[in-house]
Design a protein around this ligand. Structure first.
Ligand code: N01
Length: 536
C-alpha cells in the first residue's frame, strides 16, 4: 500500500527568526502550515552558530521581533549585546509563547522542492524521509548558514591528525581547548569574537590573518533593571525609528560632516564614541564613506588605536587595518580582541605575505614555516546568500533548477521571488537588503509583505503568482547598478561572493536601504502586484 502524501497550504523551510514569524503570520491567515528545520531545535543561524564567543553585533533590545507587545514586555534581555545561548533561548521562548512547535518538524533537512506545473503545487522532500505537497513554499533559510559554509580547499586537510571545526557548524557539546595548540584561520566578525575566548583555554594560539578587519570595541555590559524598564517603556518610539532608518536601527542618522569641526574636536568626538563602544563609532561623521578626508581621518584613528593597545609593534603592524576603505568589508565589534595579542601564548601570522600552503599531519605550513597544531578552527565564513539556495534541489516550471539560475550570480525580484518559480517566496533572498541591516527588522518586513501577497492570492482566486522575467531582470540589474562608485567595489568580501573561489563577483545585497525597499515593495503591492504574473 502506498503511503499517502500529506498536503499543506504552506511549507516553510527553516525555523529561525524568519521561519518562526512566517509560520505565525501564515497560520493567522488560516493556512495549514508545516515548517521543516534541519537542526534539532529552533533557532536557525542561532542554533548552529554556537562557536566560542558567538554574540550579536546589534543591541539586544532591537535585535528581536517588534510585532508582539506581549513578547516585548515578557522577555528580558540580560546583556547589551546578547550571546548565542540567550538568542537561542529567546527564539525557543517565542516558539512556545506562540504555540508554534506543533507545526514544526525539526531534524528534517529539506533536500528538494519540485514544482508540478499541472497541479500548481510543490512537492517537498526531506532527508528524514518526509514527502509532502504544498501550494505555497516559503524559504526562510538565511544567507549566512551552516548549510553553505566556506571551507577553503587547502591541500592536506584530510591528512591532519588533530581535529578541525568550522565555526558555522559547531558541536553542541562544545570543544575543550584546554592545553591544546590551536590555529584559527579567518579574522572576520566570527574569528574576532572567537579568538579571545579560545585564547583563555588554549596553551598556544596561532591566528592566520589574511586581511585585517576594522574593529570597534563592543563594550558589552549587563543591562540593569532600570535600563530594561526604560527600554520597555519606549518600544513604540524605538520601532518607529528603526523602521524609518535605512539600516533598521533605532538611531538618528548622523548630521555632522567632517568639515563641521576642526581636527582637535574631531579627535575628541571620535575618542568619546570609541569609549562608548558599539557600531556607532563609525557613524560619527555623515560623510565617512563619501569624503576621502573624513575617511582617511577615521581610518587613521582606528590604526592608531591598534598601535596603542597592541604592545609589540610588529604584531600591531600586522593587525592594523589597511589595504581597503573602512566599511568596504563588514566592520566588526570586539571584546578584548586586540588585547588578546598581548598574551605571550597568542601569535598572529600574516597569511597575506606568508600564505597558508597546506595542512600537514601535524599542523599548518604557512610561508616557509610549520606551525604544529592540535586543533584547527575555520572561521572562514560562508558561501553567502545564494549558497543556501543552491544547497537544496529547487525546481520550478519546466524543471528549471534554481541552483543553475543562481550559479551565474544573484537574481530575484524584490529580493523575495524568482521568475519560473510560482508561489515560491524567499524571506531575505538574493538582491535583498536584509544582510546589510539589523536583520530582524528586515525579516519582519519581508514576512509581512509575503503574507499580504498570499492573502491577496487567497482572496482573489489567484492560484499562482510569479514575477515576470522582465521584472526580475530589472531588479537584478538595479542591485548591481547601486554598487557602482561605492566603496564596496574596492574590497573582496562575502557580499560580493568573492570569498568563494569560482563564485561570480556579483553583489548579493540590494543597497537601497530598508526605507526605500519598504516603499518599493509597498508600491508593487498597491499596484496589484506589479511585475508579477497572476494565474487565476
Ligand atoms: O566570515 P567572513 P565570518 N585563507 O567571510 C578568511 C555575520 N556575522 O564568519 O578577508 C586565509 O567575514 C577571510 O580572509 P579575507 C556577519 O554579517 C554576524 O567572520 O577573505 N583566510 C576572513 O578573514 C559577517 O560579516 C555576527 O582575506 C581565509 C575570514 O576568513 C558574516 O557573518 C557574528 C581563507 C572570513 O570572514 C560572516 O562573518 C558573526 C583562506 N583560504 C558573523 N578563506 C553577528 O553579530 C577565508 N579566509 C550577528
Amino acid at each position: 500500500m502506498t503511503k499517502s502524501v500529506e498536503e499543506f497550504d504552506a511549507v516553510i523551510i527553516g525555523a529561525g527568526f524568519a521561519g518562526l514569524y512566517t509560520l505565525y503570520r501564515l497560520r493567522e491567515l488560516g493556512l495549514r502550515c508545516r515548517v521543516f528545520e534541519a537542526g534539532e531545535g529552533v533557532g536557525g543561524a542561532w542554533y548552529w552558530n554556537r562557536y566560542p564567543g558567538a554574540r550579536c553585533d546589534s543591541e539586544s533590545y532591537f535585535y528581536c521581533y517588534s510585532f508582539s507587545d506581549e513578547i516585548l514586555q515578557e522577555w528580558t534581555w540580560s546583556e547589551k549585546f546578547p550571546a548565542q545561548p540567550e538568542i537561542e533561548r529567546y527564539l525557543n521562548f517565542v516558539a512556545d509563547r506562540l504555540d508554534l512547535r506543533k507545526d514544526i518538524k525539526v531534524a528534517s533537512r529539506v533536500t528538494s522542492a519540485i514544482y508540478d506545473d499541472a497541479a500548481l503545487r510543490w512537492t517537498v522532500s526531506t532527508q528524514a524521509g518526509d514527502k509532502v505537497t504544498t501550494r505555497y513554499l516559503v524559504t526562510a533559510i538565511g544567507g549566512l548558514t551552516a548549510t553553505a559554509p566556506n571551507l577553503p580547499d587547502i591541500d592536506g586537510l584530510e591528512t591532519f591528525e588533530g581535529r578541525w571545526y568550522h565555526t558555522g557548524h559547531w558541536p553542541r557539546q562544545g570543544v575543550d581547548f584546554t592545553g591544546k595548540r590551536v590555529g584559527v584561520i579567518g579574522t572576520g566578525s566570527t574569528g574576532i569574537q572567537a579568538i579571545p575566548v579560545i585564547a583563555q583555554q588554549a596553551s598556544e594560539l596561532t591566528v592566520f590573518q589574511r586581511t585585517p578587519a576594522y574593529i570597534m570595541p563592543a563594550r558589552n555590559a549587563p543591562l540593569a533593571p532600570h535600563e530594561v524598564a526604560e527600554i520597555k517603556g519606549r518600544y513604540p518610539e524605538i520601532w518607529r525609528k528603526a523602521k524609518a532608518h535605512r539600516g533598521g536601527q533605532p538611531y538618528d542618522p548622523p548630521t555632522l560632516a567632517f568639515a563641521d569641526v576642526d581636527e582637535c574636536e574631531a579627535r575628541r568626538l571620535q575618542e568619546e564614541y570609541w569609549q562608548r563602544g558599539g557600531l556607532r563609532v563609525v557613524q560619527l561623521f555623515n560623510d565617512v564613506y563619501s569624503n576621502p578626508q573624513s575617511r582617511a581621518f577615521t581610518e587613521a584613528f582606528f590604526r592608531e588605536k591598534v598601535r596603542q593597545i597592541v604592545k609589540d609593534p610588529a604584531t600591531a603592524e600586522i593587525l592594523e587595518p589597511k589595504g581597503y576603505p573602512i566599511g568596504a568589508k563588514r566592520i566588526a565589534l570586539d571584546s578584548q580582541y586586540y588585547e588578546t595579542f598581548n598574551l605571550p601564548h597568542v601569535h598572529v601570522v600574516d597569511a597575506r605575505s606568508k600564505p597558508i600552503r597546506r595542512v600537514t599531519p601535524a599542523g599548518i605550513r604557512a610561508g616557509d614555516r610549520d606551525y604544529p597544531l592540535d586543533i584547527i578552527v575555520f572561521a572562514t565564513g560562508y558561501d553567502a546568500v545564494t549558497g543556501p539556495f543552491r544547497a537544496i534541489d529547487i525546481r520550478g516550471r519546466d524543471g528549471i533548477a534554481l541552483a543553475d539560475r543562481l550559479a551565474e550570480g544573484p537574481r530575484a525580484y524584490l529580493g523575495m521571488s524568482f521568475a519560473g518559480f510560482p508561489n515560491l517566496f524567499a524571506v531575505s533572498g538574493p538582491c535583498n537588503p536584509a544582510l546589510s541591516t539589523n536583520v530582524p527588522v528586515s525579516i519582519e518586513h519581508d514576512v509581512e509583505w509575503i503574507a499580504d501577497a498570499i492573502a491577496h492570492c487567497e482572496a482573489n482566486g489567484v492560484r499562482a503568482m510569479e514575477p515576470t522575467e522582465e521584472a526580475e531582470d530589472a531588479w537584478t540589474e538595479d542591485t548591481q547598478a547601486r554598487i557602482a562608485g561605492t566603496i564596496f567595489e574596492q574590497a573582496d568580501s562575502w557580499q560580493f561572493g568573492s570569498n568563494v573561489p569560482g563564485k561570480p563577483r556579483r553583489f548579493l545585497l540590494w543597497l537601497g536601504g530598508l526605507t526605500e525597499f519598504r516603499e518599493r515593495c509597498g508600491a508593487v503591492a498597491r499596484a496589484g502586484y506589479e511585475g508579477f504574473r497572476l494565474t487565476r
